[in-house]
Design a protein around this ligand. Structure first.
Ligand SMILES: Cc1cc2nc3c(=O)[nH]c(=O)nc-3n(C[C@H](O)[C@H](O)[C@H](O)COP(=O)(O)O)c2cc1C
Length: 206
């Protein structure tokens, strides 16, 4: 009986490992992706496939374990950063639980994520990383506000590098961007301008 349970457990573990591994790009090694990492600004108008978009968002903030923890580390187990995806078709919020996108508004709002860099309007997707300070309300310990902001920025640092690596493996370019029209994007996405931390363009390049 014991052997049966052990065998079942191993099978389940293998199945779950395969499920998570199947979501991870595997065409180049991490070291190859790191050695070719660079910013790209020569994007062309071409949509990502659904699978590519899912991989990019999963790399940014996806769940990679059964306890709900993520690809990127967070302080005190508090998930205080949301990822928005701004494409030719609309503005969406990434939902890690369903590994899917929640539509906020339809339409091309890509240029609201920049202060004027024209390549942004061509990039297939512009990710916007937004802090959600309310996430700390359920935490046992409430760090001072400056520490919460620092924690969110550190997580965003991990997110953008994770996305950069995933983009490399998909043959896509990326550019991290701090120059964002925060007032405009805040209005469109229904977030607070001061919570907008960083953006990142991802897409096919020339
Ligand atoms: C916090 C941060 C903000 C950045 N903001 C912008 C930006 O607004 N626009 C842009 O074109 N590049 C931006 N970059 C990309 C840098 O210009 C780029 O990483 C740097 O020139 C080094 O080039 P490399 O990424 O190709 O190594 C930013 C990078 C970081 C880390």
């Amino acid at each position: 009986m014991k052997k049966f349970f052990a065998a079942t457990l191993v099978t389940l573990l293998l199945l779950t490992t395969t499920t998570f591994a199947a979501q991870m790009p595997d065409n180049i090694t991490v070291m190859q992706a790191l050695s070719s990492r660079h910013s790209s600004r020569n994007f062309v108008e071409r949509d990502l496939t659904e699978s590519q978009l899912t991989k990019i968002l999963w790399a940014a903030n996806g769940i990679n374990r059964h306890d709900g923890k993520r690809v990127v580390p967070v302080a005190n187990g508090v998930f205080s950063v949301d990822v928005y995806a701004v494409t030719r078709e609309g503005v969406y919020r990434y939902d890690p639980m369903s590994n899917g996108l929640m539509l906020i508004v339809a339409g091309d709002y890509r240029m609201t994520t920049t202060t004027g860099q024209s390549f942004v309007g061509k990039a297939a997707v512009n990710l916007v990383f937004v802090e959600t300070p309310d996430a700390w309300l359920s935490a046992k310990r409430q760090p001072p506000r400056e520490a919460q902001i620092a924690c969110a920025n550190i997580t965003v640092g991990a997110m953008v590098q994770s996305v950069a690596l995933a983009a490399q493996t998909e043959g896509l370019g990326n550019c991290v961007r701090g120059s964002i029209n925060r007032e405009e994007f805040a209005k469109v996405a229904g977030v607070r301008a001061e919570n907008i931390l960083l953006a990142q363009s991802v897409g096919f390049t020339k």
